[in-house]
Ligand binder design. Structure first.
Ligand code: DX5
Ligand code: ZN
Length: 217
């Protein structure tokens, strides 16, 4: 299991410091939420921030693109040092083409589905992706409540992966804490995003340890 702290809940005025804290605590991924104010109503940051963080961290940069027309950003994110680029199925009619662009740019390709989007919407691209992200909240903001009704999709993806010997990781994002992580891992998730649970605490390292422990129980 891998933990991916979401810097959406970090201190934006001290990003490098907060990233160093979670890196020292032993996480593998850094989840970077890119929002354009169109696909979701919130705005965050772009490839320039990814590039600025790159020289401060060796973590796997897991970029979650909550943007319209994600293909536009592929070259910039590759150049900035993103490792994984996740695009929403709802954000482009050209899923296969954009995932191919991501792979050709040397990054791992991820497809993301909102709570209202079924697994059937992405089944044609499952053989080609490195990671699938099942949103466990509606995207846009940190600190929302986990939606347990999304977990049947994690189970479906885990079963399809095993049946077809596909290789994707299964990520969950939204409302994860030491309680909800158990359900997500049981359903088959192996990459856990957590924002407010980790960065909202006085001691993020303690929260990372608690998440790890809960997921192993
Ligand atoms: C929400 C983002 C999440 C967010 C999760 O749109 O995709 O990555 O940071 O925050 P928490 O863990 O607080 O629900
Ligand atoms: Zn996210």
């Amino acid at each position: 299991m891998k933990i991916a702290p979401s810097i959406l809940s970090a201190d934006f005025a001290n990003l490098a410091r907060d990233v160093a804290v979670v890196e020292k605590a032993g996480v593998q991924y850094l989840h970077i939420d890119i929002m354009d104010g169109h696909f979701v109503s919130n705005l965050t940051f772009g490839a320039n921030v990814v590039q600025a963080l790159r020289s401060h961290s060796d973590l796997v940069f897991d970029c979650h693109m909550m943007v319209d027309d994600p293909g536009k950003y592929v070259a910039d994110f590759a150049q900035a040092g993103a490792d994984i680029m996740g695009i929403h199925a709802e954000a482009t009619p050209h899923l296969h083409a954009v995932l191919t662009l991501i792979k050709n740019a040397g990054m791992k390709a991820e497809v993301v589905i909102n709570p209202a989007t079924p697994v059937s919407a992405i089944e044609e691209v499952l053989p080609m992706v490195d990671q699938v992200l099942v949103m466990t909240v509606d995207p846009g903001f940190g600190g929302q409540s986990f939606l347990p009704e999304t977990l049947h999709k994690v189970e479906q993806l885990a079963a399809a992966k095993q049946k077809n010997q596909w290789h994707y990781d299964i990520e969950v994002d939204g409302g994860l804490n030491d309680q909800t992580v158990r359900q997500a891992v049981k359903a088959g998730a192996n990459v856990i995003v957590a924002g407010s649970y980790i960065f909202g605490a006085a001691d993020p390292a303690e929260r990372i340890a608690a998440l790890t422990k809960a997921s192993e129980e």
